[in-house]
Design a protein around this ligand. Structure first.
Ligand code: PLP
Length: 423
């Protein structure tokens, strides 16, 4: 029996239940992935025992000689992966990476421009409920009403009027390619810093499936746990001219001791992302989401912007009638969850419902692609999603499609192991 099972069966059993949920279901949350066993091992290592405030060669604690080497490897690999001049790998999350950048270049009350949360942006891009929205003055841009894509001419016009100190680009629920060069040109015209948050698409950039922001915008932030397939955490990349300001802002500005076990996991993930296999993986993620999107369109479902260029699909549920109103994101998430398909409700452009209910669903392929699934499986999953949504639209109490799909999902999942069974 494992030490944990012996000492704390409550926690052990819950972890085991979660493992089985992941093994038996289909994880289609666009921001999630399945890390390698090597990443898991690094994150679960004895590195968690150590304080290492500071940076390699300049620590505030003794005994950091191996931590210095680990952090140097992580920084060097990240620079190599994205062609960056400087990297900081200490931010414990994507939100903290973003806050560190704002804190480095803006004062309380300064103006920033960013994509609206309700139209694909992220909380940490100045949402009124987030510290970034309370601390800075924020002007949001959205997507064009007709195309549901970013309109760079419109954003440029807004920037000329607002004169922000910083323009933030990058999103959490945007299925199309982002033109980082266009954002940088707009920022240059109005004298603003340009920060790209590539949290969602970092793995696609690393794998050559999306144009890079590194070396284009002034600063790039990312999470390491989405398409990049590493441990939960954040990272920042920039040119040498901004390196000092960024490092100072992360530590001592934002946080104390870095999570060295996670930094080791990040280093492993960056090594993996530098391999030809990872390039193929990134390609497959996009092939998979496009195959699923095609099936959904053929099933008559509405996709925001009409399709996808990346790892995610945003379903617009407003045309799925159910008892006089339309099926909500919350209902669709719940019904699909019962069928073993995990997705998340999401706001869509022109959203009329609250963020707890929503009119959309966000569906992503990074995790199922990590399990080895390809276009054929994606098409099948696309049909299953359509079958469940259409059936519950006819009768919300119907369990017919849910039960049938649940059995099919379990059969499919059993052919694609997450990790070998723990004996
Ligand atoms: N930036 C973007 C674009 C995101 O989508 C997310 C998370 O979903 C974050 C930042 C925040 O990452 P974290 O949850 O690690 O704070």
């Amino acid at each position: 029996m494992s030490d944990l099972a012996n000492y704390d069966p409550d926690i052990y059993n819950l972890i085991e239940k979660e493992r089985l949920r992941q093994v038996n279901g289909l994880e289609l949350i666009a921001s999630e992935n399945v890390v390698s066993k090597s990443v898991l091992e690094a994150v679960g290592s004895i590195l968690t025992n150590k304080y290492a405030e500071g940076y390699p060669g300049k620590r505030y604690y003794g005994g950091c000689e191996f931590h210095d080497q680990i952090e140097d490897l992580a920084r060097d690999r990240l620079c190599k992966l994205f062609g960056a001049e400087h990297a900081n790998v200490q931010a414990v999350s994507g939100s903290q990476a973003n806050q560190a950048v704002y804190f480095a270049f803006m004062q309380n009350g300064d103006k920033m421009m960013s994509q609206d949360l309700a139209q694909g942006g992220h909380l940490s891009h100045g949402s009124p409920v987030n510290i970034t929205g309370k601390w800075y003055s924020v002007s949001h841009y959205g997507v064009d009403k007709e195309t549901e894509t970013l309109d760079y001419a419109q954003i440029a016009e807004q920037a000329r009027k607002e004169k922000p100190k910083m323009i933030v680009c990058g999103a959490s629920a945007y299925p199309r390619t982002i033109d980082f060069k266009a954002f940088k040109e707009i920022a240059d015209e109005v004298g603003a810093y340009c920060m790209a948050d590539v949290a969602h698409i970092a793995g696609l950039i690393a794998g050559g499936q999306h144009p890079t922001s590194v070396g284009v915008t002034d600063i790039t932030t990312t999470t390491t746990h989405k398409t990049l397939r590493g441990p939960r955490g954040g990272a920042i990349m920039c040119g040498e001219e901004n390196a000092k300001a960024i490092d100072k802002s992360v530590f001592p500005g934002m946080q104390g001791g870095p999570l060295m076990h996670v930094i080791a996991g990040k280093a492993v993930c960056f090594r993996e992302a530098l391999t030809p296999d990872f390039k193929e993986y990134a390609k497959q993620i996009v092939r998979n989401s496009q195959a699923m999107a095609e099936v959904m369109i053929s099933e008559g479902l509405d996709l925001v912007s009409g399709g996808t260029d990346n790892h995610l699909i945003l379903l617009d549920l407003t045309n799925l009638a159910a008892n006089g109103s339309h099926l909500t994101g919350l209902e669709a998430e719940t019904f699909l969850g019962e069928a073993g398909i995990t997705v998340n409700k999401n706001t869509i452009p022109r959203e009329k419902l609250s963020p707890f209910v929503t009119s959309g669903l966000r569906i992503g392929t990074p995790a199922v692609t990590s399990r080895g699934m390809k276009e054929e499986e994606m098409k099948q999953i696309g049909h299953w999603i359509a079958a469940v949504l259409k059936d519950v639209c006819k009768d919300k109490d119907s369990k017919k499609a849910i039960t049938e799909v649940r059995a099919e999902v379990e059969a499919l999942a059993s052919g694609f192991t997450l990790y070998p069974e723990v004996k």
